[in-house]
Ligand binder design. Structure first.
Ligand SMILES: [Zn+2]
Length: 162
């Protein structure tokens, strides 16, 4: 819109002015800076502290030599895939609090913690582990001021070498 010659813009958009103004003022409400950090930011900060303070995978599980992680994110129905990744964490650097963020942008207090599953798999020397976790967070929809259980799904596959 900035590149429109002013005259032409005014002529073609007369009548749309009111609607435009409305949208703009709504948008200002949404982004009004709040002094308090969002519940999501507070939760994620606490979680990242918990991760950082945990020992590395190599320290915690000296017998584990390789780890490959395949993650697939699905919505709550389990039908629509919303993302995923495959990676091999560096065991010296990756932390033993083994968690992954929920991909829902408005989810608070959930995410996926595979620490227990990983620990059990290593204790019983399993070479692979597949499973599914549901996010127990709450989605805060700011636009309609509604809160709903997240329930998004993470399907994971861990391949472990000793
Ligand atoms: Zn979630």
């Amino acid at each position: 819109m900035d590149s429109y010659p002013t005259g032409q813009y005014a002529r073609s958009c007369r009548g749309a002015g009111a609607a435009l103004q409305n949208t703009a003022s709504n948008r200002i409400n949404f982004v009004r800076p709040s002094r308090k950090p969002s519940p999501r930011a507070v939760y994620r900060l606490a979680e990242s502290q918990r991760v950082n303070e945990s020992s590395s995978l190599a320290q915690r599980f000296p017998k584990l030599k390789t780890l490959k992680v395949v993650l697939d994110y699905f919505d709550a129905s389990g039908v629509t895939r919303t993302g995923g990744m495959t990676f091999k964490p560096n065991l010296e650097h990756a932390k033993s609090v083994f968690r992954f963020n929920c991909v829902n942008g408005d989810c608070v207090g959930g995410d996926y913690d595979l620490s227990g599953e990983l620990s059990q798999a290593i204790a019983s020397r399993r070479k692979s582990l597949t499973g599914e976790l549901r996010c127990q967070g709450v989605r805060h929809n700011k636009e309609i001021d509604e809160r709903a259980p997240c329930q998004s799904i993470l399907r994971y596959k861990l391949s472990l070498g000793y």
